[in-house]
Design a binder for this molecule. Structure first.
Ligand code: MG
Length: 466
């Protein structure tokens, strides 16, 4: 079967760093989702599996295709319908199921969709297990059902109630309720629309929303929350006189925060705030973060007697490392916060509640709290790069960059004499190269981005990309 264009498919790979992704009916078809689901069901020995989907236009249809594939191989499917990814992960664990299937393309543009496979613990499955599913898929070895062995689908709506009770149980409900914080939520017309505003209201916040109705065309902004596309939320926070704003991606596993002055902050800074609050109560704990996070995470850890464990980029990598180390907290610069007492997966709603709790207990504004952290300036950028050029390109980057220290755990991270650094890294989900730079001044961070983005753009052109 031809699978043109699907990420990683050239070498029998379906999964990228965050599940399977592709443009609907070009790279990811309903027939393909049926086969993938049948392969997943075979991997789980026709067991009991959760099914959930985000709010994309193609998600209901692909949800049907997945349900059909799972039932064909004899699975019992528990369908919670529209859901955030973290809700689906928590449901899989709570129901005691063998695993789960989430139909989502997370932060990708509206034409995309995808599949995340959840293990029985609620965490996405390991790469080894993905390979087993890929082998079954490409060898077409999924279990062939008979009329007597078909599975059934059980609808389990309103799981948000169970989920709300669970996330609330991890915060000081009374303190948050007493603070009566005013919050603006921007769930980007995605699945977070059904969770975060509702749960913040339950804990006593006064909640306004923008882009708060589920709409798979994403009319408000692009599904990825970045510093460049949160102007609507920043303005709304000021207009409503809110204490903070929170923006999600399409499946609400990420949360980017806006302070009361209408300024958006990168995820590693909001994570550092959670880290500081956590380590002040649990000194000596390890926190897990990818190499793309800023120095602020390490500074806070040193100040409060913690230890940072650096990983490759990717939320699944962070989750698995947290499990290996028994770590309770993890975080990413793109807005992922992993709070293991709930579940060691990133969860945008849980993150919003943790920030609300910190503000309620410290009685300080978000700009004050973030202003207390060591200050660095971060600039990010990206360029298009065809997947077939990336290996050659990255070898060239590694051999030509002049730095005082190089780290090649994931991409190339180069540190310079003045403490600034740049990370140049191919995306795991899209044909792009990402740049992350940090320096003690904005000018310094921009200069690093300009220089290396220019160099890499030229190299891509020279190697035959456009
Ligand atoms: Mg996501």
């Amino acid at each position: 079967m031809a699978l043109k264009g699907v990420y990683w498919s050239l070498d029998r790979r379906l999964f990228g760093t965050n599940g399977i992704r592709g443009v609907y009916n070009e790279e990811l078809t309903a027939e393909m989702v049926f086969r993938v689901a049948a392969s997943i069901g075979t991997f789980y020995s026709s067991g009991r599996l959760l099914l959930a989907r985000d709010g994309r236009m193609s998600s209901p249809l692909l949800g049907y295709a997945a349900a059909t594939g799972l039932m064909d191989v004899g699975c019992t499917v528990y369908d919670i319908g529209l859901s955030t990814t973290p809700m689906a992960q928590f449901a899989t664990k709570t129901f005691g199921l063998d695993g789960g299937v989430m139909i989502t393309a997370s932060h990708n543009p509206p034409q995309y969709n995808g599949i995340k496979v959840i293990g029985g613990t609620g965490v996405e499955i390991s790469r080894d297990d993905e390979i087993k599913i890929e082998d079954t898929y490409f060898d077409e070895r999924w279990r062939r059902g008979t009329w007597k062995s078909l599975g059934v689908k059980v609808d389990r709506p309103n799981f948000v109630e169970d989920y709300a009770q669970a996330v609330e149980s991890h915060i000081d409900f009374e303190a948050v309720e007493a603070a009566g914080l005013k919050v603006v939520v921007d769930p980007v017309n995605g699945a977070g629309s059904i969770a975060t505003p509702y749960i913040l209201r339950r804990v006593g916040c006064k909640v306004h929303t923008i882009n708060g109705n589920v709409d798979g065309t994403f009319p408000g902004r692009s599904p990825e929350p970045t510093m460049d596309n949160l102007q609507g939320l920043c303005a709304a926070v000021k207009t409503f006189g809110a204490d903070f704003g929170v923006a999600h991606d399409g499946d609400a596993d990420r949360a980017i925060f806006v302070d009361e002055k209408g300024k958006a902050h990168w995820g590693d800074r909001s994570f550092a705030l959670v880290e500081r609050f956590f380590l002040s109560r649990h000194p000596g704990e390890v926190v897990v973060t990818p190499i793309s996070s800023g120095k602020v995470v390490e500074d806070v850890s040193q100040q409060y007697g913690g230890r940072v464990e650096w990983t490759k980029v990717g939320s699944t990598v962070v989750s698995w490392r947290m499990i290996e180390l028994g770590a309770k907290l993890g975080g990413e610069e793109n807005g992922g916060i992993f709070y293991a007492p709930h579940l060691p997966v990133r969860d945008g709603t849980m993150a919003a509640l943790l920030i609300a709790e910190i503000m309620a207990k410290t009685r300080r504004s978000l700009s004050q709290l973030l202003g207390e952290l060591p200050k660095y300036y971060t600039v990010k950028s990206k360029i298009h790069c065809p997947n077939d050029l990336r290996d050659t390109l990255m070898r060239e980057v590694e051999s030509t960059v002049e730095a005082s220290r190089l780290e090649t755990l994931d991409g190339v991270k180069a540190w310079f004499e003045d403490g600034s650094w740049i990370l140049i890294r191919p995306s795991g989900t899209e044909p792009i190269i990402r740049f992350f730079a940090e320096a003690s001044t904005m000018k310094g961070a921009k200069a690093l981005i300009d220089e290396y983005k220019g160099r890499v753009t030229k190299a891509v052109k020279r190697l035959g990309g456009s």
